[in-house]
Design a protein around this ligand. Structure first.
Ligand SMILES: NC(=O)c1ccc[n+]([C@@H]2O[C@H](COP(=O)([O-])OP(=O)(O)OC[C@H]3O[C@@H](n4cnc5c(N)ncnc54)[C@H](O)[C@@H]3O)[C@@H](O)[C@H]2O)c1
Length: 245
């Protein structure tokens, strides 16, 4: 993993949940990590915990739906860390609403936070990574992108679009040595699931349990490093077997 030492990673939605675990794993692999989120208090707390473990992590406020803020964030990282090598587009939200009750405003919110954010992140990271001679982008999708579930229509659509953006990005960015892949976790034990109705899709895995966030992180590290140097445009399912049913 020597090649990761000193490389710079940005993890959106890293204040808590999976993003915090990914930030820890990337930093433990030797990368300098910037956590971006809108939950400033959680973000600063996570950074303090990781800094206490001697990991190189800092916090940056970033609303991933704000294109101007994206440009500022990447410029800030280039200034302070010297460049950007890996982007983990992890920030996301969930709403569980049957189609006939779904308001256009809720649909648009999910498309904005879960999907447009990925496009904005890819666009913002591209010039910085191109200047660096290459990079790697990891978009967090979901098993919801692969299968149907009642009341998950808007969330599923937002995540299926992440797979489509990943494929387009892989093709457009390959000439610049920038790889773009996605990860589709199944149910993961994070605060996002606190609101999920009992019997929700995320507890129905053949392995009989949800994942812990740190069970997804090794795939993030794999895709963020040269260990995955020939992987691009692919989706990597980590779902306890839920999609083979
Ligand atoms: N938890 C699951 O079961 C599960 C399963 C599959 C995929 N996912 C996906 O994994 C990713 C991480 O989710 P999690 O489970 O850690 O949930 P989480 O709610 O614990 O973390 C999501 C983070 O994203 C941040 N965020 C939300 N909107 C933002 C915005 N506009 N700008 C910046 N940050 C914002 C939140 O503040 C939060 O810190 C999400 O994309 C989610 O859709 C989750």
């Amino acid at each position: 993993m020597n090649e990761t030492i000193g490389r710079v990673a940005l993890v959106t939605g890293g204040a808590r949940g999976q993003g915090a675990a990914h930030a820890e794993a990337l930093a433990a692999a030797g990368m300098r990590v910037v956590i971006a989120d809108v939950r400033d208090e959680d973000g600063e707390k996570t950074v303090a915990e990781l800094n206490n473990k001697n990991l190189s992590v800092r916090y940056l406020h970033l609303d991933v739906t704000d294109e101007v803020a994206w440009a500022r964030a990447v410029a800030d990282i280039e200034h302070h860390e010297g460049g950007l090598d890996a982007l983990v587009n992890n920030a996301g939200i969930i709403r569980v609403t049957p189609l006939n009750e779904l308001q256009l405003s809720e649909w648009e919110l999910l498309q904005k936070v879960n999907t447009a954010s990925v496009l904005l992140g890819m666009k913002a990271a591209f010039p910085a990574m191109a200047r660096r001679g290459g990079g790697t982008i990891i978009n967090i999708a979901s098993t919801a992108a692969h299968r149907g579930a009642e009341a998950y229509g808007a969330y599923s659509a937002s995540k299926a679009a992440v797979l489509a953006l990943t494929r387009a990005g892989a093709l457009e960015y390959a000439p610049h040595n920038i790889r773009v892949n996605s990860i589709s976790p199944g149910g993961v034990e994070t605060p996002m699931n606190d609101d999920e109705p009992a019997g929700g899709t995320s507890s129905s895995a053949p392995l009989g349990r949800r994942a812990r966030p740190e069970e997804i992180s090794p795939m993030v590290v794999f895709l963020a490093t040269d260990a995955s140097s020939y992987a691009t445009g692919a989706d990597f399912l980590i779902d306890g077997g839920v999609t083979v049913r």
